[in-house]
Design a protein around this ligand. Structure first.
Ligand SMILES: Nc1ncnc2c1ncn2[C@@H]1O[C@H](COP(=O)(O)OP(=O)(O)OP(=O)(O)O)[C@@H](O)[C@H]1O
Length: 259
């Protein structure tokens, strides 16, 4: 990797489902540290694109590289290890587990202590476990979830569940965080808090973030650049101002609120 290698490079990537080109010939680059939006009308292919980036689907065309390494064909767990984490449009937490355990599970996937030490419960296992718990609690403080550590995830109010999902994705220590409609179902105050949280975690964790969102205030408010998908194809990319005034984008939304 050279100094100019983008963190993420998507080169003419796409996928077909039978006759449907759900995503087609998408070119997209993210530089390290950027916060970029991905928007588009319903069914434009945004979630499918995230599924390509995370190995849920293997591209039927083009390539996807992280830090210069090609990811095509890697299983989702391997892509997480390489440094891409995500949240989902419909929250996916371990709902019967506590807030703390939801984050510890993500740490476990990266834990250094060995399986042997866990099975035989050697001292190194307990040291690892304790360290992990302390880290998880410290971490949950950032998300203002340290007062509900032992609550089952399913009992949290919706806004807190969303925050926990982001916390869990971040616990895997990603380079690139993909957020799929993080403000869906939130009230305006929760959305405002979420905007601040996204800006904060980007700084604090030295992250690059790609964000799918229908809430245009949020996208335009926090993103430096925006890509627009329509019918599986990129129709525009640019600054929020450029996107807001782009006739193709306005046409694609056909009366949907863009500003
Ligand atoms: N596994 C699949 N098999 C067949 N078609 C699929 C599959 N996954 C997605 N599609 C189709 O691909 C297209 C893009 O869907 P996708 O969910 O990615 O859109 P989206 O932009 O995320 O939409 P929304 O904003 O409504 O969530 C849709 O026509 C969808 O029906």
């Amino acid at each position: 990797m050279t100094a100019n290698t983008p963190l993420l490079k998507v080169d003419k990537a796409g996928i077909r489902f039978g006759g449907l080109k759900a995503v087609s010939e998408v070119n997209l680059e993210l530089q390290k540290g950027e916060l970029v939006g991905l928007i588009g009308p319903n069914g434009a292919g945004k979630t499918t694109f995230f599924n390509l980036l995370t190995g849920v689907y293997v591209p039927t065309e083009g390539s996807i590289s992280l830090d210069g390494e090609k990811l095509n064909g890697f299983a989702p767990y391997k892509i997480t290890k390489k440094g891409i984490s995500r949240t989902f449009q419909n929250i996916r937490l371990f709902s019967d587990l506590t807030v703390l355990d939801n984050v510890k599970i993500a740490y476990h996937s990266l834990a250094k202590h060995s399986i042997i030490s866990s099975i035989f419960r050697l001292p190194s296992h307990f040291a690892g476990e304790r360290e992990m718990e302390e880290k998880a609690i410290e971490f949950l403080k950032i998300f203002k979830l340290d007062n509900v550590l032992y609550e089952q995830a399913k009992n949290l109010p919706y806004g807190q569940q969303r925050r926990l999902e982001i916390a869990r994705a971040l616990a895997a220590n990603p380079k690139l965080l993909l957020l799929d409609e993080p403000a869906a179902g939130m009230n305006p105050q929760e959305t405002d808090e979420l905007m601040n949280l996204i800006a904060l975690i980007r700084e604090r964790f030295d992250l690059t973030i790609l964000l799918i969102e229908h809430d245009m205030n949020l996208v335009m408010g926090v993103c430096e650049r925006i890509y627009v998908l329509d019918h599986g194809q990129l129709i525009a990319d640019g600054t929020p101002e450029e996107i807001r005034n782009n006739p193709k984008v306005i046409e694609a939304y056909l009366g949907e609120e863009v500003s």
